[in-house]
Design a binder for this molecule. Structure first.
Ligand code: RIB
Ligand code: CA
Length: 309
């Protein structure tokens, strides 16, 4: 199956691994990267996306999106990804330029050009998509599949005790999408933690990989050390797991379809996601939650992303 992908992303080290999976997948065609502020500021996330295209030597249009969340001030995850979002390696910036078209407008235009064909992959905060949906409420009718990396389905968060970063960065945008998009797929933070990759195995792949792997090794050094400090020996990558669900949908075991709402008011729980597990809500259960992704399939996609034979 050929996947035609439009990826909205805030690179970020785990975004980079997911993007490499997509850009190096024989069954995927990436027709655009729309860029969000998130892990770090928009200036860095755009520069990182352009640099990654140099690394894989591919020409994909890049569209800069919103520099700030819809309502609250921006937060960031520089403590995880480095101040520049790519491990502060001081890489030589790309000479490529992003398109002049705003990400939200590009999402709308491409949804017409590829009507019924596009898989929209959201690897960062949902600001650009919420803006696009507000501009054109008919957008979902033209999108074949929407998969989001985000949320923590039992409120085991990362950026706060109860909230996951992509949702917590722009809770209002997330609520717009979760409450209004007719049918979407979700790979959440807790699924990420449930799919660790052993550090020794990942280090072996980095060692056996090609020059792309050497670039990823360098930009991910700080992030891998951070993860090791938090979670012990295993490595995990939220966006890479989500991209595995995109590229190999047959490898996913789904928990089912549920309503998901975002807490917007709580002092303790703002940005947390509440899942209606008992189907108490009368509104359609529109969020298909991933429970398990086949490890063999996931690892094969990771190895290909790193050029491991
Ligand atoms: O919570 C993890 C998510 O937030 C990942 O997409 C990471 O890149 C950050 O965007
Ligand atoms: Ca991300």
């Amino acid at each position: 199956m050929e996947h035609t992908l439009l990826i909205d992303t805030d690179p970020g080290v785990d975004d980079a691994l997911a993007l490499l999976m997509a850009l190096r997948a024989p069954n995927a065609r990436v027709i655009g990267l729309s860029i969000a502020a998130g892990n770090v500021g928009l200036q860095h996330t755009v520069a990182n996306a352009l640099k990654l295209l140099d690394v894989v030597d591919q020409d994909v249009p890049v569209f800069a999106g919103c520099a700030h969340p819809l309502v609250q001030p921006a937060i960031d995850a520089a403590y995880v990804h480095g101040h520049d979002g790519f491990g502060d390696t001081g890489y030589t910036p790309s000479t490529r330029q992003p398109s002049a078209e705003h990400a939200a407008l590009a999402i709308l235009r491409l949804s017409h050009e590829y009507a019924g064909e596009l898989t929209l992959v959201m690897l960062g905060p949902l600001t650009n998509l919420a803006l696009a949906l507000r501009l054109d409420p008919n957008l979902p009718k033209r999108i074949k599949r929407l998969l989001i990396m985000g949320a923590a389905v039992n409120a085991r968060g990362n950026i706060t005790p109860s909230a996951e970063f992509n949702v917590a960065f722009d809770p209002e945008a997330a609520q717009v999408i979760f409450s209004e998009w007719p049918q979407l797929e979700l790979v959440d933070w807790e699924a990420t933690l449930a799919h660790p990759v052993s550090r020794s195995l990942f280090d072996d792949w980095l060692g056996q990989g090609d020059p792309v792997a050497r670039f990823y090794d360098a930009i991910s050094l700080q992030t891998r050390a951070f993860i090791r400090g938090l979670h012990g020996e295993d490595f995990h990558s939220a966006d890479a797991l989500a991209m595995a669900a995109v590229l190999a949908p047959e490898s996913v075991r789904w928990a089912g379809n549920f309503r998901v709402d975002v807490e917007l008011a709580g002092a303790l729980y703002r940005g947390a996601t509440r899942v209606d597990w008992q189907h108490r809500d009368t509104r359609p259960a529109n969020v298909r939650i991933a429970e398990r992704i086949d490890e063999v399939s996931f690892h094969a996609l990771l190895r290909r992303a790193l050029g491991v034979a």
